[in-house]
Design a protein around this ligand. Structure first.
Ligand code: ZN
Length: 214
């Protein structure tokens, strides 16, 4: 199984080498990754609402991230040097540039920081699901660090507790400040999407901020 760092919980060492300069693995030479049976691909290809999703073999950070999501677990990279979590998955720490990190479990709870309510779907696959919400959620974890403007904010759609895009009456209840929790939408074997649903156990704001309604 050949993706460097894709199999382990820890990503360490030098930044990943550029394509075409992968280090030799046992039994193979230097060069382009063979597409045949010699190397088992970890790439993910799936169909979501009629839309193709593709995570390339070389995208080791996203492959690791979505491997945890497939098990319905939310994990982020914690920098081994400065200790800060980061999102989205990346090769190096955005705060100190260290390439060394470890995947750690993170609680999927927070509050809506901002949102977009989509009425005209750009993707035809989403047309029959409008209006739907795209949420930017401020995690409770690492809140306000390293600065208030650079806290962990995780994107996702608003969905029902069982992971289906939320119906219009649920969409209308959610605005800035709504407390949400993460749920996972299963897409295909080995792939689930992290999404957000209303946190039934949390104290909700009396009136979450929403754009003025007609
Ligand atoms: Zn760091």
């Amino acid at each position: 199984m050949g993706v460097p760092g894709g199999q382990t919980e820890s990503v360490s060492g030098a930044p990943h080498p550029p394509f075409g300069h992968l280090p030799p693995q046992a039994g193979e030479g230097i060069g382009i990754v063979p597409s045949g049976e010699e190397r088992q691909s970890m790439a993910i290809q799936a169909d979501y609402l009629g839309m193709p999703l593709d995570i390339n073999d070389l995208d080791v950070e996203n492959l690791a991230y979505f491997k945890h999501c497939a098990a319905h677990q939310f994990h982020l990279q914690r920098c081994d040097a400065c200790g800060l979590l980061r999102y989205p998955p990346t090769t190096a720490c955005p705060w100190c540039a260290s390439p060394d990190s470890s995947w750690v479990p993170v609680e999927g709870r927070g509050a809506v920081h901002s949102y977009t309510e989509v009425h005209h779907a750009i993707q035809p696959a989403f047309k029959k699901h409008t209006p739907y919400l795209v949420l930017v959620v401020d995690l409770d974890t690492q809140k306000g660090k390293p600065t208030e403007d650079e806290a962990l904010r995780v994107l996702g759609n608003l969905v029902t507790p069982d992971g289906v895009l939320a119906p219009p009456d649920m969409v209308r209840k959610v605005g800035i400040g709504t407390r949400v929790r993460m749920v996972f939408t299963d897409v295909a074997p080995g792939l689930a999407l992290p999404q957000w649903t209303i946190d039934e156990d949390a104290k909700q704001p009396a009136k979450p901020w929403r754009y003025p309604q007609e």
